[in-house]
Structure formats: C-alpha cells, structure tokens
Write a protein that binds this ligand. Structure first.
Ligand SMILES: C[S@@+](CC[C@H](N)C(=O)[O-])C[C@H]1O[C@@H](n2cnc3c(N)ncnc32)[C@H](O)[C@@H]1O
Length: 262
C-alpha cells in the first residue's frame, strides 16, 4: 500500500514538476542550469563510487541497530553490508547532486544526519576539502565501517560521531555555532525531522543550505516538508521529489518550486 502511495506521489510529481524554462529568478535559474543539471562527470566522484563498489561487493554482515523510521526501539538485526549499500546510500545521481550543491556554495561547516556506510559523506568530503564535516550515525557497527571507508581514502576533513541525533546534534550545533549546510538523511518521521530542523534553524545564516532526503517517502514526510517550506525563515524551496532543498537568503522573495531532475 505504501509503495502504491509512493508511486502515485511520483506520478503526481512527474506532471506537476517544471523544467528550467519555467524558472525566472536569476539565483534559482543559475543554480539549476549551472549546478543542479550539470551532468558532466567529475574526478571527485571516483572515490565515493569506489567505496560504493567495495561495499556492494562485500561479503561481510554486521549487527545493525535500527534507529530510523518504522523501527522498534533498539532493534538489532544482522545485515549484509552489500544490502545496506544498495538500500541506504543515496544513489549516484542524488549523491552527486548533493556534491555539486556543496561544491558550489563551499560551506565551511557541514552536518550530515545519517552516515550509514559513509558514501554520501565521501561526496561531501570531496566537495569542500577545507570544510569541517560532521556526520552522525547511531548504529555503532555501521559507523565503524564508515570510519574505515573514509580513513582508507585518507579523508581528514570528516568526523563521524557514533550517537543518536537527539544527543549529538545539540552538542554539535553548540560547538559549531554557525551552520552552512545540513543533509538530513535519517529518522524519516515527521516529528524527529521537524525537531532536527528547528534545532538547526537556530544556527542558520543567510547563505545556509539544508537538504532533506525522501520528502515524499511517506505522508509523515510530506507533512514535515510542507511545514518546513512554510517556515518564515525559508525563502526558497526546491522539490526534486527524492530530495528537497531550502535556502534562507533574505534577498529572495519567497518561492516554492517543484522541479524536474531526470
Ligand atoms: C538512509 S541512511 C544514511 C545514508 C547516507 N547518508 C548515504 O547517503 O550514504 C540513514 C542512517 O541514519 C541512521 N539513523 C537513523 N535514525 C537515527 C538517529 N535517530 N540517530 C542516529 N542515527 C540514526 C541509520 O542508522 C542509518 O544508517
């Protein structure tokens, strides 16, 4: 039933979404044509995709503590690493979009909520080599694999914290003080998503960028996305169905776009 609803939401997106030709504000048009729709291959994609290939080939299994949406509290299961890589990591198309946005804006501080095996983390590390990247992962064994993946490729600008977002996020925010870029990719439920959004909101600046994963994955996430878009501080929202991006630039007049990305 959930899959059917998700398919209907995607069909709706297909018909509602607009192409770049419908976009007029210069900031959005330039971002869309020069950054978002830039399909050219980049050398920086090689290492993250090497990690993905290694993970997809792995024969190992690990104990996974499931903290995300729909999971029972502290539920532990044994999962194949290759299955986690196939199911949890953002696919190349979207991980590379996140890379390009970060590369374009060069944030000095990046937070990722939900490291998993560190594949998108590696993209973020490639995108802003002088930035401080903090990625939070609640499952200990998964975070160990992610740390190994990043240290194998000598990423020195990333810190992976093994903790629940509820504990770690307030501490990280308090430490960084100013947040330029957040990728929300864990605990896809309405209340936790809004809670993490509101926490991060206290530390935004005019140039901050927030990216939310799977904004149409469930009715709860759709509701959360609606509330996020309507927040007074949000001046621009871009809906790419599997990702939603928001900006806080005061020079923009408030607009919400549903855009094609296929
Ligand atoms: C979809 S995966 C992240 C994928 C990763 N960003 C990527 O693209 O490669 C979500 C991760 O968030 C973690 N997670 C979910 N809820 C959490 C919570 N409340 N605290 C800490 N980690 C959590 C899960 O353990 C899972 O590994």
């Amino acid at each position: 039933m959930n899959r059917l609803k998700a398919a209907i939401r995607y069909i709706n997106y297909y018909f509602v979404s607009k192409t770049k030709h419908a976009i007029h504000p210069p900031f959005t048009y330039t971002l869309l044509t020069k950054v978002i729709l830039d399909k050219k291959f980049k050398e920086d994609y090689i290492i993250p995709e090497t990690i993905r290939k290694e993970m997809l080939k792995s024969k190992r299994s690990i104990e996974v503590k499931d903290l995300g949406a729909g999971s029972k509290e502290n539920y532990i299961s044994i999962r194949k690493i290759k299955r986690i890589a196939a199911k949890s990591a953002k696919p190349p198309k979207y991980a590379q979009l996140i890379y390009r946005i970060s590369k374009h804006f060069q944030p000095t501080s990046i937070i990722e909520l939900g490291t998993s095996l560190g594949i998108t983390t590696a993209y973020l590390a490639q995108s802003a080599k002088n930035s401080k990247i903090i990625s939070i992962e609640g499952c200990e064994k998964t975070s160990v694999v992610a740390k190994q993946n990043l240290s194998n490729h000598n990423f020195s600008n990333v810190v992976i914290l093994n903790d629940n977002f509820d504990n770690a996020l307030p501490l990280v925010l308090n430490d960084l003080k100013n947040i330029d870029f957040v990728f929300f990719d864990g605990n896809h439920r309405k209340d936790p998503t809004l809670k993490y959004f509101e926490l991060c909101l206290q530390y935004v600046n005019n140039d901050s960028v927030f990216i939310f994963d799977d904004i149409h994955w469930s009715q709860e996430m759709e509701n959360a996305w609606e509330i996020i878009k309507q927040n007074n501080k949000v001046t621009l929202s871009l809906d790419f169905h599997f990702l939603g991006i928001i900006f806080f630039r005061k020079e923009l007049s408030k607009q919400d776009f549903v855009l094609r990305f296929y």
